[in-house]
Ligand binder design. Structure first.
Ligand code: HPA
Length: 273
């Protein structure tokens, strides 16, 4: 285990191993309403967050708070159902603790997923968007320490693996830039106009800190946004978290198919071919 880990992340990493959750090279983080993918695992072992030392637990509905390991097509994967958010009051260190612990127990690829509002024209509810890059507007400084850079944390080769998976299973997959805001208020229509001008295609309240911290910990990072609503001012529907969770669950079939088919190409990208 890396000596650079802070004590809390180290404790969590040890707890993951003690609970039999080690041995996966690919980890998935499932966002609001997207937990159903965990049901696709074969030979699964599932552990509630409460049984893991140092894993922060979300109080937000739609986030189950469980970790599971299991196999997809013979490849062992780790699946985190639910995440904690800065808007709940968790610190950047807590929000990124799990991904840093995954890196410490041998995970190499991180697949981050989230529910998001669609900004780009045509990004209607049900759209799946591969994340090509992000705007971190959370101002949380998820990387404590000296300034450093790695371009974008979003890995082009893993992105190509997601595209390949989409072709194989016949799921339409868009691509674009995810803007991560602090929340918990949904955006104003003026903010969405500004975000569109700034190059954002989808907007949410998670993911960017995990992506940066995961990359800094040596993980290769890719991700998918499930568009659950039109962003503020674009659609007419009032925004509520319940609506987001329900819409996420509705799109679950294609979302799960995409992730299932992504395991083999991601594993192959990790092997270097
Ligand atoms: N804005 C921010 N976060 C979100 C949205 C949204 O419209 N939809 C789902 N998560």
């Amino acid at each position: 285990m890396s000596t650079q880990l802070d004590p809390a992340a180290r404790k969590l990493a040890q707890s993951l191993v003690a609970q039999g959750l080690e041995g996966a090279r690919i980890a998935f983080v499932l966002g609001s309403g997207l937990g159903a993918f965990a049901d696709r695992l074969e030979r699964a072992r599932s552990v509630p967050a409460a049984d893991l030392d140092g894993l922060p637990q979300s109080g937000v509905p739609g986030h189950a708070g469980r970790l599971a390991v299991g196999e997809i097509g013979g490849v062992r994967v780790l699946v985190q159902q639910g995440r904690v958010h800065l808007y709940e009051g968790w610190s950047p260190e807590e929000v990124t603790r799990a991904v840093r612990a995954y890196a410490a127990i041998g995970v190499r690829a991180l697949v981050l997923t989230n529910a998001a509002g669609g900004i780009r024209a045509g990004f209607v509810p049900g759209t799946l968007m591969r994340i090509t890059d992000h705007l971190d507007l959370q101002a949380s400084a998820p990387l404590a320490g000296a300034p450093r850079g790695f371009g974008t944390p979003w890995d082009a080769q893993l992105g190509a693996a997601l595209e390949q998976a989409a072709r194989v299973c016949g799921v339409a997959l868009g691509s674009g830039v995810y803007a991560g805001l602090l929340g918990p208020a949904y955006e104003t229509p003026a903010e969405i106009r500004w975000l569109r001008e700034a190059g954002a295609d989808a907007v949410g309240m998670s993911t960017v800190a995990e992506a940066a911290a995961g990359r800094a910990a040596g993980l290769r990072v890719c991700g998918v946004s499930s568009i659950t609503n039109l962003a503020a001012g674009i659609g007419h529907a009032p925004l509520s978290h319940a609506e987001v969770v329900e819409a996420g669950a509705k799109g679950a079939r294609s979302f799960c198919a995409l992730l299932e088919h992504a395991v083999a190409p991601i594993a192959s990208a990790l092997r270097g071919h």
